[in-house]
Design a protein. Structure first.
Length: 392
């Protein structure tokens, strides 16, 4: 191990990690309480550094962001791997830069997101009456989880391919997740080996779906927009963009139901800014600051990616004064930072007010930070705001 001047010390390394019968983020949190907010572990031949403080996170994603912008291949399974060509698993370099540019410009730009607004509105309009079925008679028990899966999955699939994939009113969570798996497998292993196969209306460009759009770019730049690239982009949207948002809608509603005073205040804000005559729309979201802070507070308590996604160092760097050698895997314990009493007073309580003052710096990171942060964050925020505002 090469020490850089001024010879920072090597990190203390734990050589045997006894995996306890509890989730990994809990084990890592317990270790950080004894070893400090930066420590390292050896997993087989891999050196892994775990960071669990806003200060260490800031060091990772500001001055060391480029060095830590790589992904460790070992950490990505078959789906996200896709031979490591998808944007999530790709090494930091020209290929990732190309994909990043395509996603930012062709998929997540404001104009592309606006073009799909009617899909999001439409799916919400289909969801709401299903929740209130038979309510005129009495209260009715409704299983919400599959409905939220249906919502986010249909929004993403309609953006991609133009059609809904869950057409029945799903009341069963297992059916919803199994179906998602089937689509992913079909996509990866056969049915949709040509991206155009996902388009029932392959040459009907009027729907202007994401696949249509990418295929027309393929006509003008066939080398750049190869089939494999288009397939990988779509796979990443399904994998990264459906469960995460559905789970967050569910947690937010659960927190609101358990904190009626917050729900009451949120409803009053919606009434003031939107009124009773119409449904909430995405342009209203900029006025509904309280809704945004509720979502931030939900992300603090229940971030869907507890350890973000793993990064790997492409060179030596220094974190909290320790030398972190090249090829070290980085795990960020976002869950521990979000719940740390050193960072938040009373961290286990649900207090949207935390975020009313504006920026909170490196204390909240549901979408990760730096160059490899989530690309779908803007789209997710729109989906979440619209869904929750409508439900409230
Ligand atoms: C509640 C919703 C979401 C959450 C909480 C979330 C969270 C995350 C996190 C934690 C990362 C890893 C950041 C890191 O490595 O440090 C990530 C990466 C990513 N997410 Fe999301 N995500 C969400 C929605 C979406 C959506 C809707 C899409 C696309 C449709 C998406 C696409 C991606 C992509 C492409 C990356 C990889 C970026 C890269 O490696 O360069 N995500 N997301």
């Amino acid at each position: 191990q090469k020490n850089l001047p001024p010879s920072p010390p090597a990190l203390p390394v734990i050589s045997h990690l006894h995996l306890l019968k509890q989730p990994l983020h809990h084990t890592l949190h317990q270790l950080s309480q004894n070893l400090g907010s930066v420590f390292s572990l050896r997993f087989g031949s891999h050196l892994v550094v775990v960071v669990s403080s806003p200060f260490a996170v800031e060091e990772c994603f500001t001055k060391n962001d480029v060095v830590l912008a790589n992904r460790p291949r070992v950490a990505f399974g078959k789906y996200l791997g896709y031979n490591y060509t998808t944007i999530v698993a790709a090494s930091f370099g020209d290929h990732w830069r190309n994909l990043h540019r395509i996603m930012v410009v062709e998929i997540f730009s404001t104009s592309r997101l606006n073009a799909f607004l009617s899909i999001r509105q439409d799916e919400i309009k289909l969801l709401l009456p299903r929740l209130s079925q038979n309510l005129s008679r009495d209260f009715k028990r409704v299983e919400l989880k599959p409905k939220f899966y249906e919502l986010t999955f249909n929004i993403v699939m309609r953006m991609i391919a133009g059609n809904r994939y869950y057409d029945d009113d799903l009341s069963n969570y297992e059916a919803a997740t199994e179906f998602r798996e089937l689509v992913i497998e079909a996509f990866e292993y056969g049915g949709a080996s040509n991206p155009g196969d996902f388009l029932p209306h392959r040459r009907d460009k009027s729907k202007n779906t994401m696949i249509d759009h990418l295929l027309s770019l393929q006509e003008s730049h066939p080398d750049y927009y190869a089939d494999e690239i288009i397939r990988g982009l779509i796979l990443v949207m399904i994998l990264g963009g459906t469960n995460t948002s559905a789970v967050t809608v569910e947690w937010t509603l659960s927190l609101l139901v358990n904190h009626p005073e917050v729900l009451k205040k949120a409803r009053a804000k919606v009434d003031t800014h939107v009124g009773q005559e119409r449904l909430i729309d995405e342009p209203d979201l900029s006025k509904l600051h309280y809704l945004q802070v509720i979502i931030s507070e939900t992300f603090r308590l229940f971030p869907t990616e507890l350890l973000l996604l793993p990064h790997i160092s492409s060179d030596d760097c220094i974190i909290e004064g320790y030398n972190m050698p090249r090829d070290t895997i980085l795990l960020v314990n976002a869950w521990a930072i979000h719940g740390s009493p050193k960072v938040w007073d009373d961290p286990t309580s649900f207090k949207p007010e935390w975020f009313e003052g504006g920026e909170v710096g490196h204390k909240l990171m549901p979408f990760g930070l730096g160059r490899r942060a989530c690309l779908g964050a803007g789209m997710a925020q729109r989906m979440l705001g619209l869904a929750l505002g409508s439900l409230i």
